[in-house]
Design a protein around this ligand. Structure first.
Ligand SMILES: *Cc1c(COP(=O)(O)O)cnc(C)c1O
Ligand code: SF4
Length: 397
């Protein structure tokens, strides 16, 4: 049996080598931004300026057609509007898109397609029932000791698989700091809250002063031990991670940062610099990945991703099953796909590189860890276990 499984492994490895050459070929097709007609006259200083990047985001089909050759599905997808989730692609991200290949992960995640308007019966507007567990505006309190604060409904780029698509998008947003008064009061009066996760939208899209004023207010609450920021900006707009931002954040240690990464190609040279700046300033970094069909649902892609993350000091934290949010059926994989990915990682690579695969319990159950089953049977004082290779061991208590 061992021989058989090692043969299968060999086959899988050969297959991976072939697939990796495909990935390498695609990487070679990534253009220098000045090769793209839309950006040919942009000077590098502007390109590095995050405000310039935000101001020049792609918002129309016409602009997008100057960067990539649109397919009929994309053309159809761009015709309609999907709730609040607008089309918005940073020039940085746009330059990473493959002009020819619609399966390119940068394209699939940012460009709407016709399937987005196919709503399957079990899909929901708010699958994690966050609105129900909201004791104050912009706040979600689900677990005993930690809360989620939604600092903004804007992002640099809108991901087509977004779970919070009911909220996020390019609508007007009140900017006054007083919008968080009730949320802060709630945290103050709940001594059990020792961990505040600032997310959104993307908190790093706010100006430094707005971020600092929010962090300051939360930090001044004595029972809050841990502050975390959830962001995708190091991936979608790495220029935003400036020296000034990092110096400001450094003052509020311990501050953990969770970054939404989905594909190894997202770890570009520029993204690496942004993550290094955060890590050098003492912020522990973690990743959050959404399992997406045709993007990262192969074990060899996920393995590459976690290895690249470890190299830039980002600890793989969660892989999420894609939530049943309306219009995301084309992104969703079977649960077995996720379990198989963890099966292929655990034991075969550094434990630090193995994230926890979770399903957010639909209707508000919170994150539920799902993974390969290593307990084969259990009786009084006796556990029958299997290891990563399928070998069986008995543990006596
Ligand atoms: C994910 C999440 C948290 C944080 O959960 P951890 O497992 O501690 O990372 C907190 N509140 C809500 C509502 C969440 O969805
Ligand atoms: S960055 Fe996060 S909140 Fe914003 S669109 Fe993407 S998944 Fe949604």
């Amino acid at each position: 049996m061992d021989k058989l499984s090692s043969n299968t492994n060999l086959k899988i490895e050969n297959q991976s080598v072939q697939q990796e050459t495909v990935v390498t070929r695609q990487i070679k097709r990534i253009r220098d931004y000045q090769q793209i007609s839309l950006y040919k006259d942009v000077n590098p200083l502007d390109w590095e300026d995050w405000h310039w990047q935000l101001k020049n985001r792609i918002r129309t089909k016409e602009e997008l057609a100057e960067v990539i050759k649109l397919t009929p599905e994309e053309g159809e997808g761009l015709k309609k509007a999907s709730g609040r989730l607008s089309l918005s692609i940073t020039p940085y991200w746009a330059a990473l898109m493959d002009p020819e290949d619609a399966n390119c992960p940068f394209r699939r995640q940012a460009v709407p397609v016709a399937q987005e308007w196919i709503i399957s019966p079990h899909e929901m507007v708010d699958p994690c029932a966050e609105d129900r567990d909201s004791p104050a505006p912009h706040l979600v309190h689900r677990y005993p000791d930690r809360v989620l604060l939604l600092a903004t409904e804007h992002c640099a780029m809108y991901c087509r698989h977004c779970t919070r698509r009911r909220l996020v998008g390019e609508h007007q947003e009140l900017k006054s700091a007083s919008r968080f008064d009730q949320a802060i009061e709630y945290i103050k009066s709940n001594k059990k809250v020792r961990d505040v996760l600032i997310s959104g939208g993307d908190p790093f899209i706010l100006e430094d002063e707005e971020i600092e004023s929010l962090i300051e207010r939360i930090r001044s609450i004595s029972h809050v031990e841990l502050l975390r920021i959830g962001t995708r900006i190091p991936v979608s707009l790495p220029q935003r991670i400036t020296e000034k931002l990092v110096l400001m954040l450094k003052k509020y240690s311990p501050l953990w940062v969770s970054i939404h990464f989905n594909h190894p190609k997202e770890i570009s040279k520029r993204c690496k610099i942004a993550c290094e700046m955060l890590a050098d300033a003492g912020m522990p970094l973690g990743s959050q990945t959404v399992l997406l069909k045709g993007i990262n649902d192969r074990p060899y892609i996920m393995k590459r991703l976690v290895h690249e993350l470890i190299k830039i000091r980002v600890r793989p934290y969660y892989i999420y099953q894609c939530d049943p949010v309306r219009g995301t059926q084309h992104f969703r994989t079977p649960v077995a796909t996720g379990i198989n990915i963890v099966e292929k990682l655990r034991g075969y690579t550094s434990g630090y590189a193995v994230p926890t695969y979770v399903i957010d319990g639909p209707g508000g159950g919170g994150k539920i860890p799902i993974g390969p089953n290593y307990i084969l049977s259990q009786a009084k004082g006796k556990y029958v276990l299997r290891n990563y290779k399928g070998k069986i061991y008995t543990y006596l208590e």
